[in-house]
Each structure stands twice: as structure tokens, then as C-alpha cells.
Design a binder for this molecule. Structure first.
Ligand code: URP
Ligand code: ZN
Ligand code: ZN
Ligand code: ZN
Length: 466
């Protein structure tokens, strides 16, 4: 039981001086100025700090089997690293393997995630269509607490879903009161360009962005929006990285369509120069999809976040070490796609967004936590500082600094994409379900303390308007 005393509470709506009491059940019991410390409560001094809802990362891949290997951060190490950076919940992806049903896969992911140190929920990927999928989607929504499904328009001959299956899935999700999310890149075009580049002898990581140019994402984003519009269902576009995709989302929203967009901090701060490193490994470590873009795209992404046309920030946290990246030494199409970052999302967004004046602290809370909670129907249990909400809280030092490095990070991976970046804005303490789990450098994550988040459908609990 905690008394968070003397801090400045910041939510997506407002900033005020208030104390917070967290009760025995791990819930917020009271918020108000100058509260008395009840008997048995521990005082947590928050003077000079901002008290904000814990971050929610809506896009992670812990121990994901992908491209012939398995991502190295597991549900324990990855969520623990998140806690060190102020993130108290994640939404990860159930990826059904070949021949496995959605339900079997969901169960397998529940088992894997048992060791999580922070709360977690799942989006479930739809990679093909048949009657079993139609049926399992209903079971997942009604009995398993899943209210979102994922579609990869890229990764041909692996995870890619054809438009017809995507349409079936979107209609079914709409019937069930769930939301569809999409990785929007034209997978056929990518496969075609990859083959071309390899035939030209372009085998290094510098060919990766050439195989997935911005127009490939722009086309797929527009196509996903068009297909969702045909059915009148909402759609959430993950890892938006281009001006074209941002504009397609903004235009659709102005036409009255319910479209959401997610941004990764790495796309806000790195451009395609990362692929020109003469050191193969240095460049390969930035191989992810969509790739890093020419710098002008960053301006569009910031504009989308500032204007409210883009809604959430995620990491797409997906860790592969040196030996794993080296599977693509002679062929860039075999470099496992993915970059780490769950520990640094909030600091990088504060430093480059709030400290530069692009975003207000309230927008920061919306973009790191509240909007995700609303879109994926976890609000106000998550994403809010309110009586009755889960006591997931970060005590943020807006002027504290740290230099990011793989030598000191908690992620289970042998590099950090932000290596050497000094950021202003750091998590001093993180509270998860009423317990202090990060205390100024002391990580007290508890294996298995994370709980599975059952997310109801939008029918049973109408969506909070954005
Ligand atoms: O390169 C990436 N993003 N790897 C993870 C899978 C995905 O596309 O999200
Ligand atoms: Zn159907
Ligand atoms: Zn993706
Ligand atoms: Zn992803």
C-alpha cells in the first residue's frame, strides 16, 4: 500500500498537484491534494516528479518464432526491461504456426507469457481463412478476452494474408465487436523487388530499404483503409513509417472513417542512413520492416502525432542477436527483421517530443498510454489515473538524463539501436499493480507477477470516443 506524495499528476486531460493512494488490491484508492498517510501505507516521495499512467506498448514480439529463429527477449526479460523504462503493460501477438489453430496458438502463448513481470494481452494473427478460423475468432472474442486481430500484408509465403482472407476476417471481427490491425506493406511487390535486387548482386543490408520503398507501404495502407471502408469496420495501422501512409490515414479520418495509426520512436529518430554503415552487422541490426526512411518522412510522422491523426506509440520490440542477424550475411532477405526498444520508448519520445516542444506532457501520456487503452478497450482500468484503476504508475523525472547503452540496458539482446544517445526524461520509479518494481536503477521485477488482460468487445462496453 503506497502513498505517492507531493508529485504533479499528469493525465491525457490535465495536470494537477495531487497525492495518490494505492490500496492492498493494487488499485488506485484516492487522488487529491495533501492526503493523510493511512496506517500501514509506505510513503513514496514524488516531489519534483510527474506522476503519470504507466506506459502501454501495444506492439511487442516476445520470444517470437520468426524467419527461422526466435526473438531473444522472452516474456519475463522483455516485460522487466519495459518496467525499467516506465512501461507497465504490453500487447503482444499470437502468431499461429503452420497447421496450428488460432485457439491452440493462443493457449501456447498464454503458457509462454506466464512468466511475464508486467500485465499483458494478445492480438491474434489471421494468416489464412477457413471455417475453423471463422469459428475460433468467435471463441477468442467471447471466451478468451481477445478483441483485436492482426493481419500481415507483407512476408509473402510466411505470414502474409491475401486480400480475400483479410476481408473475411475484417467482416467477422466487425460482427464480433473486435478491431483489426494491419502491417501494411505490399508483400508481392516486396518479394518481387527482393528477387530483382538479389539477381543484381545486391545482397547487403543496404538493399533492404530498396526492397520496401515508401510507396509499397503507401499503397498497402490505402488498400487496407479501402477494404475496411467497404465493410464499414474500424482499422488500426501498425508501425506507420511514411508520409504516404500518414496522409492516407489522415484523409480517411477526415472522410469520417475510423482509422488509427501507430508510430515507433525509432522511425521518428533514425533515417535510412543507418543502412550505409560499412560494418555489415551495424547496418543489419537496423533491418526491420518497414525500414528506416529518408528523413523527410519523420516530419510527417511528428505532424501526425502532434495533430492527433496518429494515435499511439509502440516499439515492435523484436530482439535478434549477432548470430541470428548473421543468418543473412550473404542475403539480406534472410536477416531476421526486428529491432529492440521497449525500455527506451518513453524516454526517446519525451526527449525528442516533449523536451523539444513538439508535444505537451498531456499528449505524451495520451500517446504512450491512454490512447492505446481506449482503442483496445482497456480504459479506464489502464491508461488512467483514476479511483478504481489499476495502480500502474510511472514517476517521471522530466529533467533527469541518462545515456542509453547495451552495457546497462535490461533487454536480453546484445545491442541497443539508441546506443550513446543521451536522453532527458527518465522513469525514476515504476509502480505495477501497486508495487514499486523500478526504483531509480534498482529493478525489482517479479517473474510471473504480470496478469493476462482480458479485453472485452466493443459491443459489451462502448468505446470511449477519442
Ligand atoms: O521487422 C519487424 N517489424 N519485425 C517484427 C514483425 C513485424 O513486422 O512486426
Ligand atoms: Zn464469414
Ligand atoms: Zn510488422
Ligand atoms: Zn511487429
Amino acid at each position: 500500500m503506497l502513498h505517492i506524495r507531493g508529485g504533479t499528476v499528469v493525465t491525457a486531460e490535465r495536470t494537477l498537484r495531487a497525492d495518490i493512494l494505492c490500496d492492498e488490491a493494487g488499485l488506485i484508492a484516492q487522488i487529491g491534494p495533501d492526503l493523510e498517510t493511512p496506517a500501514g501505507y509506505e510513503v513514496v516521495e514524488a516531489g519534483g516528479l510527474l506522476v503519470m499512467p504507466g506506459g502501454i506498448d501495444p506492439h511487442t514480439h516476445m520470444e517470437m518464432p520468426f524467419m527461422g529463429t526466435i526473438a531473444t527477449d522472452d516474456f519475463y526479460t522483455g516485460t522487466a526491461a519495459g518496467l525499467a523504462g516506465g512501461t507497465t503493460s504490453i500487447l503482444d501477438f499470437v502468431i499461429p504456426g503452420a497447421g496450428r489453430t488460432l485457439l491452440d496458438s493462443w493457449r501456447a502463448w498464454r503458457d509462454k507469457a506466464d512468466k511475464a513481470a508486467a500485465d499483458y494481452g494478445f492480438h491474434v494473427a489471421i494468416t489464412h481463412w477457413d471455417d475453423q478460423v471463422h469459428q475460433d475468432m468467435e471463441t477468442l472474442v467471447t471466451s478468451c478476452g481477445v478483441n483485436s486481430f492482426k493481419h500481415f500484408m507483407a512476408y509473402k509465403n510466411a505470414l502474409m494474408v491475401e486480400d480475400e482472407a483479410f476481408l473475411h476476417s475484417m467482416r467477422r471481427a466487425g460482427e464480433l465487436g473486435a478491431i483489426c490491425t494491419v502491417h501494411a506493406e505490399n508483400g508481392d511487390a516486396v518479394a518481387y523487388l527482393q528477387k530483382d535486387l538479389l539477381a543484381q548482386g545486391r545482397t547487403g543490408p543496404e538493399a533492404h530499404p530498396l526492397s520496401r520503398p515508401p510507396s509499397v507501404e503507401g499503397e498497402a495502407t490505402q488498400r487496407a483503409i479501402t477494404l475496411a471502408g467497404l465493410l464499414g469496420v474500424p482499422i488500426y495501422v501498425v508501425h506507420v513509417s511514411t508520409e504516404e501512409a500518414t496522409n492516407a490515414i489522415a484523409q480517411a479520418r477526415m472522410n469520417g472513417q475510423e482509422v488509427y495509426g501507430e508510430v515507433l520512436p525509432q522511425h521518428l529518430v533514425f533515417d535510412d542512413q543507418v543502412y550505409t554503415a560499412s560494418d555489415w552487422l551495424k547496418a543489419a541490426r537496423y533491418v526491420m520492416s518497414p525500414p528506416f526512411r529518408p528523413a523527410h518522412h519523420q516530419k510527417a510522422l511528428w505532424g501526425g502525432l502532434m495533430s492527433g491523426q496518429l494515435h499511439t506509440t509502440a516499439t515492435d520490440h523484436c530482439c535478434f542477436c549477432k548470430e541470428q542477424k548473421e543468418a543473412g550475411l550473404n542475403d539480406f532477405t534472410r536477416i531476421p527483421n526486428g529491432t529492440p526498444g521497449i525500455e527506451d520508448r518513453m524516454s526517446v519520445l519525451w526527449h525528442h517530443g516533449v523536451a523539444t516542444g513538439k508535444l505537451t506532457p498531456e499528449q505524451f501520456v495520451a500517446l504512450t498510454s491512454t490512447n492505446t487503452a481506449r482503442i483496445f478497450n482497456m480504459y479506464p482500468r489502464k491508461g488512467a489515473l483514476a479511483v478504481g484503476a489499476d495502480a500502474d504508475i510511472v514517476l517521471w523525472d522530466p529533467t533527469g538524463t541518462r545515456t542509453i547503452s547495451a552495457a546497462t540496458h535490461h533487454q536480453n539482446v546484445d545491442y541497443n539501436i539508441y546506443e550513446g544517445m543521451t536522453v532527458t526524461g527518465i522513469a525514476r520509479k515504476t509502480i505495477s499493480n501497486g508495487k514499486v518494481v523500478w526504483d531509480n536503477g534498482d529493478l525489482r521485477a517479479v517473474r510471473g507477477a504480470g496478469r493476462y488482460l482480458e479485453r472485452p468487445t466493443y459491443k459489451r462496453q462502448p468505446r470511449y470516443p477519442l
